[in-house]
Structures are given as structure tokens and as C-alpha cells.
Design a protein around this ligand. Structure first.
Ligand SMILES: [Cu+2]
Length: 164
């Protein structure tokens, strides 16, 4: 996938554009849904010029977008909903299957390969000001990645869910 193209899809809605312009989101994608599936994990890489927290995420295709952490408890991977997700300045962070991730909950329509979905990330910075970052995530084939059937609650305990 053309990374330049993806970067170009990052639009700015905030007022403080010069600042927000440096928040970079690349390689955002989500797997196409199987019939009846009503949640899906979005994967992306994000880099912020300053310490920030993702405090809210929304998408027109889902009733909610939750920020989840993954923890290893008694041999089981457990997901927990977070109020926010901290990003350290200038460090690229991966959000996706196998680790902390964004989860579309209550999908309003099937996600179809080749289409893309919009996400709006609200970032809050140390001085409490917020910026909204609009991201487009590609919908990829159900079979993409090494495991075509990673579902919510069924991540491999090995943490091997780092899909490409
Ligand atoms: Cu989750």
C-alpha cells in the first residue's frame, strides 16, 4: 500500500494546525467483516510531536469506537476498555491486534474489502488543548495477515497477533 497516499488522508479539523500537522498516522486498516460480525479491530501507527493522549475516537460506521488494552492474565489475553491512550513524543506507536487497539463496536454496516472507513481521533496534549485527526483506514481482505480469523476475544496468547 502506498504510504504517501495514506498520509495524505490525514486531515486536520483542529484550529491549531501547525501543531496538529505533525501528528502522523500511517498504515491504518481494518479487516473485512464476516457475516454477522459486529465489531472489528482497527490497526494503525501514530506518531505525535508532543506527549499526547488519544481521548476519544469515533467513526460513522460504528456506534462506538473503544480504546482497548490487552493484558496477559493467567494465560489468557484480556481486553480492557481504557479512558485514554498515552503517546510519548516522537515515538511511533502501533495500535492493533495483539496489543492495545481501537475497536469498532456496533458496526452499522459490513466492512467490504477495497473500501475505506473514516475515523476521528481526538488527541489531548499536556496543556489540555485537543485536536481532532481524521483518518481513513483501508478495509483489507478477511484473510489478510497470518491468521485470517482473529476475532474479538480470540487473540493468540503468544501476542503473535501483530499482523502486517
Ligand atoms: Cu478489543
Amino acid at each position: 500500500m502506498n504510504k504517501y497516499l495514506l498520509a495524505a488522508f490525514v486531515f486536520l479539523l483542529g484550529v491549531d494546525q501547525a501543531f496538529a500537522a505533525e501528528v502522523r498516522v500511517t498504515d491504518a486498516w481494518v479487516r473485512a467483516t464476516a457475516p454477522g460480525q459486529d465489531s472489528a479491530t482497527v490497526a494503525l501507527h501514530i506518531t505525535s510531536p508532543k506527549d499526547a493522549s488519544i481521548v476519544e475516537v469515533s467513526s460513522p460506521v460504528a456506534s462506538n469506537v473503544e480504546i482497548h488494552s490487552m493484558t496477559h492474565e493467567n494465560g489468557m489475553m484480556k481486553m480492557r476498555k481504557l479512558d485514554g491512550f498515552k503517546i510519548k513524543a516522537k515515538q511511533e506507536v502501533y495500535l492493533g491486534a495483539g496489543g492495545s487497539h481501537l475497536m469498532l463496536v456496533g458496526l452499522k454496516k459490513p466492512l467490504i474489502t477495497g473500501e475505506n472507513i473514516e475515523l476521528t481521533l481526538t488527541l489531548q496534549f499536556a496543556d489540555k488543548h485537543t485536536d481532532k485527526i481524521e483518518v481513513r483506514a483501508d478495509v483489507r481482505e478477511l484473510t489478510s495477515g497470518h491468521d485470517g480469523h482473529i476475532q474479538h476475544n480470540q487473540y493468540p496468547a503468544s501476542g503473535g497477533g501483530h499482523v502486517e
